[in-house]
Design a protein around this ligand. Structure first.
Ligand SMILES: [Cu+2]
Length: 442
């Protein structure tokens, strides 16, 4: 993490020097995206730095006797949500600045892209408590605030979907595409970099929908700690980010090395295989999660997963998951070997790719968008608003180093009120869901 801080310091130093020579110019879009991403990261890492340096390291060195688990969890999730934006924002950078040009067009709107990155800087961090909806010891109201902030985060993602698709449509029409949807056929689907990034963006939309379920405070209880959650992040980080980076490698590699790609058809097959494999794997994970299959537990030691629902049996879903994972593994091998073999292809010059100017340039947006100090300040204020009271009440309840209230599973040891009640935890959730479903269907 200190490495990332230093890398960021280097980029800010470059920006500062550039600013001295260009006092009145707008920050180039890609540099703006890098700088806002790093500002977001500086805010986000405060939480994990305090957790590790202040509590976990002293604890592991024997300097303190115990930590307050709720406090360190909260500091962890302070960082644990925005860390996903540390991966996602570079993918967004590629979708905004490289994808339109691969599609044969130009970015639809530079100002909208800046607004999106500012929104990510502001809203990524004050939402971490949405990972703690079932943590005892945090008042419901604070969870509600985290949920509201999280729902606002949908805005930059929806803006991105609009801007990127509009840019692609512009590109397709430049290439002779016509009709309401007919322009889709005019896109360069044989280009692995284009197809990979586009499929990644498509899967990110699906990930956004399952993310809304995760973020909803009431509906989260249905999927919390089930296989649904890994299903969700295989769409976001596992595809939106990973597939975009692989696709971008196919674009960047020839420019960095002046060598051709070893095989473009293999590259194209690789990105499609990733998409298909992930569609199977994450679909199976989502559905299994809905039926209560836990995450992090390979073989649940209790019964109830052998029913047949409208989606098929758990065994079928497991086969689907395994098939998807196998395709992903093959896809990974194809990617790595294709890039490795590209180290020996003949060198060719003329690979440099200049990105075209946006249709609506930075001049169309207010200068205040480039005021990084202002956005950083507002971001800090939002974090203080979102976290001061929850952290204060956690510390007030059990102290900086107190063990805190007992964790939830204690309730299983004393099932006084649960005997025979419909909420009995002695019976697996899945059979409850199955029973409810069959009741609904019949
Ligand atoms: Cu999150």
């Amino acid at each position: 993490m200190i490495g990332t801080w230093l890398a960021g310091a280097d980029w800010f130093w470059s920006w500062y020097n550039w600013r001295q020579e260009h006092p009145d110019e707008r920050i180039p879009l890609q540099a703006f995206m890098v700088l806002t991403t790093m500002l977001m990261w500086y805010i986000a890492t405060i939480g994990i730095a305090i957790a590790v340096v202040g509590f976990l390291l002293p604890w592991s060195l024997g300097l303190i006797e115990q930590v307050n688990p709720l406090l360190t969890r909260t500091l962890f999730w302070f960082w644990g949500h925005p860390v996903v934006y540390f991966w996602l924002m570079p993918a967004y950078l590629l979708w905004y600045t490289v994808l339109p040009s691969l599609a044969g067009g130009r970015l639809f709107s530079d100002p909208l892209a800046r607004v999106v990155f500012v929104l990510f800087l502001l809203l990524s961090t004050p939402v971490g408590i949405h990972h703690q909806y079932v943590d005892p010891g945090i008042a419901e109201g604070f969870k509600m605030i985290a949920m509201t902030n999280t729902m606002f985060l949908l805005l930059p993602s929806l803006l991105t979907a609009f801007t990127v698709v509009a840019s692609m449509e512009h590109g397709a029409r430049q290439r002779g595409g016509t009709g309401l949807f007919g322009w889709l056929r005019a896109l360069p689907w044989r280009n692995p970099a284009f197809t990979g990034m586009t499929l990644a963006g498509l899967m990110f939309a699906a990930g956004g929908f399952s993310g809304m379920i995760n973020a909803g405070m009431n509906i989260n209880y249905l999927i919390h700690n089930t296989l649904w959650v890994p299903g969700h992040f295989h769409l976001t980080v596992g595809t939106a980010v990973a597939l975009t980076f692989m696709a971008a490698t196919y674009w960047l590699w020839p420019q960095l090395t002046n060598r051709q790609l070893y095989s473009r058809p293999i590259a194209l097959g690789q990105v499609v295989l990733w998409f298909v494999g992930m569609a199977l794997m994450s679909n199976a994970m989502h559905v299994m999660g809905l039926f209560g299959v836990p995450r992090r537990t390979a073989e649940p030691q209790y019964q109830g997963f052998d029913f047949v629902a409208s989606f098929g049996s758990i065994t079928e879903l497991r086969i689907q998951l395994a098939l998807g994972a196998t395709l992903l593994f093959v896809s990974t091998l194809l990617f790595v070997s294709n890039i490795a073999l590209s180290s020996w292809t003949p060198t060719v010059s003329g690979h440099g790719h200049r990105l075209p100017e946006p249709l609506s340039g930075p001049g169309d947006s207010p200068v205040v968008l480039d005021n990084l100090k202002l956005w950083f300040g507002i971001g800090m204020v939002l974090v203080v608003l979102a976290y001061t009271l929850p952290l204060a009440s956690i510390i007030q309840d059990s102290g900086l180093f107190g063990r805190g209230i007992d964790p939830v599973p204690a309730i299983v040891e004393t099932p006084v009120l649960l005997e025979g009640s419909p909420l009995s935890v002695a019976e697996p959730l899945a059979s409850k869901v199955a029973a409810t479903l069959s009741g609904v269907i019949s």
